[in-house]
Structures are given as structure tokens and as C-alpha cells.
Design a protein around this ligand. Sequence first.
Ligand code: BEZ
Ligand code: FE
Length: 316
Amino acid sequence: MNAADIKPPGTASLQGLLLPTTPESLWPLVKQAMQGTPEPRARQLLLGLSECLHRFVLEHAVTEAEFELALDFVVRLGHATGQHTNEVVLAADLLGLSTLVALLNNRPLKGHSEAALLGPFWRANVPFYPLGSSIDQALGDAPEASRDPALGMPLLVSGQVFGAQGQPLADAVVDVWQASPVGLYENQDPSQPEMNLRGRFRTDAQGRYHFRSVRPAGYPVPTDGPCGELLRLQQRHPNRPAHLHFMVSAEGHKVLVSQVFADDAATLGSDPVFGVTQGLVGHFKTVLKQGVEQAELAQDFHLLPGEPVFPAAPIP
Ligand code: BEZ
Ligand code: FE
């Protein structure tokens, strides 16, 4: 008897066809179909995913109404995604999957910087600015002292980028983006100027960078779509702790996608997207400069060796 003659338990054969007779006997047939996928990695992932899903449905005795609800949720994630939000990315974030993939693929070697999820609001091709510029277009090049305090506390961010052997990296690119003091990214908020609170900076010969901005505030992830319904169903709050996003890149190094969280942020221990790890908590020092309170953040980055590969922007 060869392997093809072995009938999986619960299957019946009819005119040479193997057919399922019970819920449990369906999986072996699905498995056989998945095993026919020619490309090895696609085969491995499709087999693994479908096995998890089949086991999940059996273990939890998923009802028809629940299945319909789940499919409708996925359809609505797609429909709600567009110019101003990406509910598909947000759903992966709220389930902890984006953080899991970021951590799994960026295990820091000794002394390297930790990675974080990208989030839905990064944009590609943002402008390059000279070192020391402000990314806050409400501030522009005006001195901090002339700033309206209602626009938030001025912030100075500075640091150095290091390579795989601990050497300072000249010409590395530090791409930064953050929400406004009212808690909205520029691409969510038509009242902000294009590209507000985003910018790219090239490190100098010593690998140093610095720029000016406004101290970030905590903000809620979007709750007006299906992901908001999920949070309400679970009685989870939507408020991300105050943070800055960074994407740091240099030739011969892996692109580091990261975030720095304020150590005094209210929801540090309950980030709805599970993005906070110990190494990502930074200290925003408050200093008095020319009679104006200003925040300062010192943030170095240590990159892993590898090829720079950039993600696709979740929204245009
Ligand atoms: C963000 O930090 O930009 C973000 C991350 C995940 C979901 C929503 C927003
Ligand atoms: Fe953010």
C-alpha cells in the first residue's frame, strides 16, 4: 500500500475522490491542497496559517453568525482604508501583530537600538532639512522665545548615529514624524500644512544630527472606524503614550524603524498597540532657555548591519 492509498480518518471515497464526512476530516484535504503550492516559503506560510485557522474554528466551535461577523469586519477594514487612514494596518497594530513582527525581525545585538512598529502615518519622500531646522511649521525659523505657549513646549532633539562596528555614520538619514499637540498627524488633519511635523536630516561627518520641534503629546489612535468598534468591545482605551517616530537608514545597514516614548507619558503601561519596550523609553528633560521652558531629548541610534530596505507607506 503506498501513501496515496491512506485515507485520512473521516474521509469517504467516492469514485476515487476523497471527500470529508466530518468537520475534523476537512483539514487533511485542505492540507493536501496547500502542499501543492510550488514556491517553498509561500507553501510553508499558507500551510501554517490555514492549519492555525482550522484549529481555531474547531477549538472554539465558531458559529455561522460569528464567522459572518468576522468576514464583515475584514471587509469594513478595507472599505474604511483610504487617503487619511489605514484600518488594516491599525487592526494588525491593535492585535499586537505589528509589534511582534518588528521585534522578531530586529532582535538587537548587544548595544543596538530597538525597533518598533511603523504605524499607519509614516510618509515616504518627506523633505530634507538642514540640521537644526524646525519640523514644526507653526514655529518655522522663529526663535523659541517668540513662540505662542499654546502651540506646545518647544523641543530640541539631538544625537548621533552609529554603525555596525560602533563607528559614527556620516550621511545617515534620520527621518522623523510626530503628531501635533492636538494629537493628529498632518496626513489625518486637513488643517495642518502639508508635511507638518515630519522631516529628514542627514548626519554630519561625526554622525550627529539635531532638529527642533514641539514636545509630543499622547493621542488616541483613530476610533471612528471598525478598529474603534473593536476597542470599545474590549473596553480598551485608544490613547498612545506621547512619542516621536524615527526611521534611521544608512548604506550597509538595516533600516531602523523606531519610536521614543516620553518616560512621563500617562499610558506608557497600556499602549493600545503594544509598542512600548524598555529600550524605547526616553527622557525629555525640561530646561529654561532665555526665560522659555524647553524640552530636550538626547537620542542616539545604533544600526544593525544589512541591506537598507524601506517599507511602503501605509497611506499616501
Ligand atoms: C502611531 O504611532 O502613529 C500609530 C501606531 C499604531 C496605530 C496608530 C497610530
Ligand atoms: Fe505615532
